[in-house]
Design a protein around this ligand. Structure first.
Ligand code: ARG
Length: 295
């Protein structure tokens, strides 16, 4: 789907405008999600999780359904994988695998609490004709692997291992760029960096990130590869604003990320904010709840 909105087109000729945002366009996506019927915070495997703070599961359910509705109203296809009984984090579907076309690199969760999810997601994918290679090293799917047209950005430091980057690159058959995470609040790549445009359409690849989440060398790598990236402050990143899902035009992000939403608008995107705070109690938001089945 290409959206041609005259207000978004690049200003031409003798009508200079302060807004020089490129023309953005949306592409229809396939998303895999998992209903939060089992969602709770029973253990702490990241600094956001506090098992003594109760989760309101019916509120979580309502918020999750709102996210599904948002995607569908934008024209995207949402498929739902059944939650395994007793797996409170399975709602974070992004972690279950990395799926590109008809191949997938399965997950191997860092913590035993989530280990059972990997096989369930792999079976679900195989039933749909996807060729899944299980990970033989710790790997947490799209939590740490973000797919662009030309490369896959791969996080390590807390969850996904370096060895998994090499293995996943072989399975997916694309260049992988290793990025080292250093701040425990940003324990997965998808909470430190958001893909705004994957660069597979007319516009160039475009990302937003919080530099402080990365090692000095990885910051240099990001500067080198994405000199025009949108840089976000720690406070903005702590709203989970970077845990976003973009179709190239609409950027779905948590409603607390007001400053980021305004900056996205200036950049030519349509921010779509959602209420998802119940999942912050577990260290997750929009992207964590969403695995993209990349074309
Ligand atoms: N409680 C979950 C965990 O720590 C949250 C996972 C968030 N997922 C993500 N893609 N960042 O594993």
């Amino acid at each position: 789907m290409t959206v041609l909105d005259p207000h978004r087109t690049r200003p031409t000729g003798r009508h200079p405008s302060p807004v020089l945002a490129p023309l953005r366009s949306a592409r229809t996506r396939g998303y895999v999600m998992c209903r939060p019927t089992e969602f709770s915070v029973e253990y702490a495997i990241n600094p956001w999780m506090d098992p003594s703070r109760p989760v309101d599961r019916s509120r979580a359910m309502r918020q999750w359904e709102g996210l599904v509705e948002t995607y569908r109203s934008l024209g995207h296809v949402v498929e739902v994988v059944d939650p395994l009984p007793g797996q409170p984090d399975m709602v974070f579907a992004a972690n279950g695998a990395l799926v590109v076309g008809d191949v997938a690199y399965g997950s191997q969760f860092r913590f035993p609490e989530r280990a059972a999810e990997a096989a369930a997601v792999a079976t679900w994918l195989r039933d749909r004709g996807v060729d899944v290679t299980p990970a033989s090293h710790p790997a947490e799917g799209e939590g740490d692997f973000l797919v662009l047209g030309h490369v896959v950005l791969a996080g390590t430091g807390f969850r996904t291992s370096l060895a998994a980057h090499v293995e996943a690159a072989t399975v997916i058959d694309r260049p992988f760029v290793t990025l080292e995470l250093v701040d425990p609040a940003f324990y997965h790549l998808d909470v430190a960096l958001g893909v705004l445009d994957d660069g597979r359409g007319a516009a160039a690849a475009d990302i937003a990130y919080y530099p402080g989440a990365f090692s000095a060398h990885s910051r240099r790598t990001l500067r080198e590869l994405f000199p025009d990236a949108l840089l976000v402050s720690r406070d903005e990143a702590l709203t989970f604003g970077l845990n976003l899902v973009s179709d190239g035009l609409h950027v779905v992000l948590p409603q607390e990320a007001t400053a980021l939403a305004a900056r996205l608008r200036q950049r030519g995107y349509d921010p779509v904010t959602v209420e998802l705070d119940e999942f912050r109690k577990s260290g997750g938001s929009v992207k964590c709840c969403t695995m993209e089945h990349h074309a």
